[in-house]
Design a protein around this ligand. Structure first.
Ligand SMILES: Cc1ncc(COP(=O)(O)O)c(C=O)c1O
Length: 388
C-alpha cells in the first residue's frame, strides 16, 4: 500500500466522519468521534423507542446477540465468552472481584497502567492481595520484565496491550504462554488496541479481556465488553447478579439462581441498548473494512506523526517497529504540553496531554495531509511560544 493512500473515499469522508468538517482530529486514544454510520444506528434506535416504546424489545434482544457475535469475531472468541459492560473498569472488576483470593496472593502490573487497570486490584487489599508494579525501561515494559516480577503467589498478570501514555504495544503471545504454563491468569486491557490494531485472544493466550467502546471503536461512552475464556467462567463468582444474567431469565418468577454457560451471567439486568446499537454499527463497519487494512493505515499515519516530531528535534517517547501502535507521544523542549495542546485546539487540531507529553492518535480516516498540517500549526505555536 502507498504510504499516503487513503482508506476512505475522499469524496465521502466528510459525510462519513462529520468531525473532519471542523477539526483535524488526532485524539482517538481519548475519545473517538461518532462516525455517521454509528450516529445513524443511534438515531434509528432512539426514534424507534420514542415512537413505539417497548414494541421493538425482541429486535433489541436480537441486536444484542448480533453485536455479541461481532465482538467475538473481533477478538477471535466465541459469542458465549463475551459480555457487555459499561466500560473497561467494570470489566476488569468482574475478574478482580470474582476470584477466590487467598491472603498473600499477588497481581503483577506494568508501573504505567491506566488507573482502570490499577484500582480494581488495589481494591483487593482488604483481602490480603498485593499489587506488584513492574518498572518501565526506556518507556517499555517487556514480557521478560513482567515475568521477573512474578513468583509462586502470582495469580494474575494484567496489562494494557497498548499503553495509554506512549502507545507501547506489548507482544502478548510470549507472556500469555508463560502465564498459561504456570496457571497464572492473563488479563488484557485492550481499549487502546481494539478498533485500531487486531488482537486474537487465542494466539495471545488471553484468559480475560476488558474494553470500552468510546475510543478506537468510536461507539460513544458508557458501553464496553469483556471476554472471559470459557474454561474460566465457573472459577469466577459473579460479584453482581441480576435477573437477566441467569439461565432462565424469561421465566421471571422461577427464582432459580443458576448461571448460563456463558459470560452474559455478568450482565445483571437491562443493558444500554443504545450503546449496544452503536457498538454493533461500529464493529460491523470495522470488520467490513478489514482489520489488516485499518491497522496498516493507522501505523502509517502514526509513523508519519513520529517522523514529523523527530525531524523537528523533539523528543519522541513512543517506540517504533513492532511495538508501535496508533499512539505517538512527544515533548517539545522548552514548551509546556498543556499550553501547546490548548493552543493547538484553538487552531483546530485536537490532541491530548498525558504525563507532560503531547499525545497524538490518528485513526484510519485521517490523512497524511492532516498530519502534516497539524505540525505546521504546531510549528507556528511553538515559534510564538519561543518569542514570548
Ligand atoms: C488503557 C486504558 N484503559 C482504560 C481506559 C478507560 O477506562 P474506562 O473504559 O473504564 O473508562 C483508558 C482511557 O480512558 C485507557 O487508556
Amino acid at each position: 500500500m502507498n504510504r499516503t493512500e487513503p482508506l476512505v473515499d475522499p469524496n465521502r469522508r466528510a459525510e462519513l466522519f462529520p468531525v473532519t468538517r471542523r477539526w483535524i482530529y488526532l485524539n482517538h486514544a481519548a475519545v473517538g468521534p461518532l462516525p455517521a454510520y454509528v450516529l445513524d444506528a443511534a438515531r434509528h434506535y432512539l426514534e424507534a423507542i420514542s415512537r413505539d416504546g417497548d414494541h421493538h424489545w425482541q429486535e433489541t434482544l436480537q441486536v444484542v446477540e448480533d453485536a455479541r457475535t461481532l465482538l467475538a469475531e473481533l477478538v477471535g472468541a466465541r459469542p458465549e465468552e463475551i459480555a457487555f459492560t459499561r466500560n473497561a473498569s467494570e470489566g476488569i472488576s468482574v475478574l478482580a472481584n470474582g476470584l477466590d483470593w487467598q491472603p498473600g496472593d499477588n497481581v503483577v502490573l506494568p508501573a504505567i497502567e491506566f488507573p482502570a487497570n490499577v484500582f480494581p486490584w488495589q481494591n483487593l487489599a482488604r483481602r490480603g492481595v498485593d499489587v506488584r508494579y513492574v518498572p518501565l525501561r526506556d518507556g517499555r515494559c517487556e514480557a521478560a520484565d513482567i515475568i521477573a516480577r512474578m513468583d509462586g503467589r502470582t495469580r494474575v498478570v494484567s496489562v494494557s496491550s497498548v499503553q495509554f501514555f506512549n502507545g507501547f504495544r506489548l507482544d502478548l503471545a510470549p507472556l500469555g504462554a508463560f502465564c498459561r504454563d504456570r496457571g497464572v491468569l492473563f488479563c488484557v486491557d485492550a481499549i487502546q488496541q481494539l478498533g485500531a490494531l487486531p488482537l486474537d485472544v487465542g494466539s495471545g493466550s488471553v484468559d480475560f479481556l476488558a474494553c470500552g467502546g468510546h475510543k478506537w471503536l468510536m461507539s460513544g461512552e458508557g458501553i464496553g465488553f469483556l471476554y472471559c475464556r470459557a474454561e474460566l467462567l465457573d472459577r469466577l463468582h459473579p460479584a453482581a447478579v441480576g435477573w437477566m444474567g441467569v439461565r432462565d431469565w424469561e421465566h421471571m418468577l422461577n427464582y432459580r439462581l443458576e448461571f448460563p454457560p456463558a459470560a452474559r451471567r455478568f450482565e445483571t439486568g437491562n443493558l444500554s441498548a443504545f450503546g449496544v446499537h452503536n457498538l454493533k454499527a461500529a464493529v460491523g463497519h470495522y470488520l467490513r473494512l478489514g482489520p489488516a487494512a485499518v491497522a496498516a493505515r493507522i501505523l502509517t499515519l502514526a509513523e508519519l506523526t513520529a517522523e514529523a516530531a523527530g525531524q523537528r528535534g523533539w523528543t519522541v517517547l513512543s517506540p517504533d517497529g513492532p511495538a508501535r501502535s496508533g499512539i505517538v507521544s512527544f515533548r517539545v523542549p522548552g514548551c509546556d504540553a498543556v499550553d501547546l495542546v490548548a493552543r493547538l485546539s484553538a487552531a483546530g487540531v485536537q490532541a491530548a496531554v498525558r504525563n507532560g507529553a503531547v499525545r497524538m492518535s490518528p485513526h484510519f480516516y485521517n490523512t497524511a495531509e492532516e498530519v502534516a498540517e497539524a505540525f505546521i500549526r504546531l510549528d507556528r505555536i511553538v515559534k510564538s511560544t519561543d518569542g514570548r
